[in-house]
Design a protein. Structure first.
Length: 124
């Protein structure tokens, strides 16, 4: 009787540990991605919004900036369903560049570039 009770307790403990370890993965959104800044300038504002939205909503960086050569992970709620997203960055002078229709269900990394007045992004 004691052996089965001990075994049941051990199995329960293992199940709890597995559930706790898996929880962060289960909470991740399918649209999670990383923005890599290779523009040569510091990004002061970063916005990501569903493509069909009319509002850029809040600056993801808040008070922070994204220096050249740095990256930031963008995390979504697992409840988020939108497939296509728009991204906007703004520099210290208020200049902005936008990328539209990013399929974040297929993209895990967006590397931003800017050279000689031309902006582009490489996606993985």
């Amino acid at each position: 009787m004691k052996k089965s009770s001990l075994l049941a307790s051990m199995l329960f403990a293992v199940a709890v540990l597995f559930a706790v370890a898996a929880a962060p993965v289960a909470l991740a959104g399918d649209q999670d991605f990383t923005v890599v800044n290779q523009t040569g300038i510091e990004i002061h504002e970063l916005y990501v919004t569903p493509h069909d939205s009319d509002d850029w909503e809040d600056d993801i960086l808040g008070e922070d900036t994204l220096p050249n050569g740095s990256e930031v992970d963008i995390k979504f709620s697992r409840k988020e369903k939108a497939k296509l997203w728009d991204l906007k960055v703004v520099d210290a002078d208020g200049n902005s560049v936008e990328w539209e229709n990013l399929d974040l269900l297929d993209i895990s990394e967006v590397t931003l570039h800017y050279k000689k007045g031309k902006a582009w992004a490489d996606v993985k």
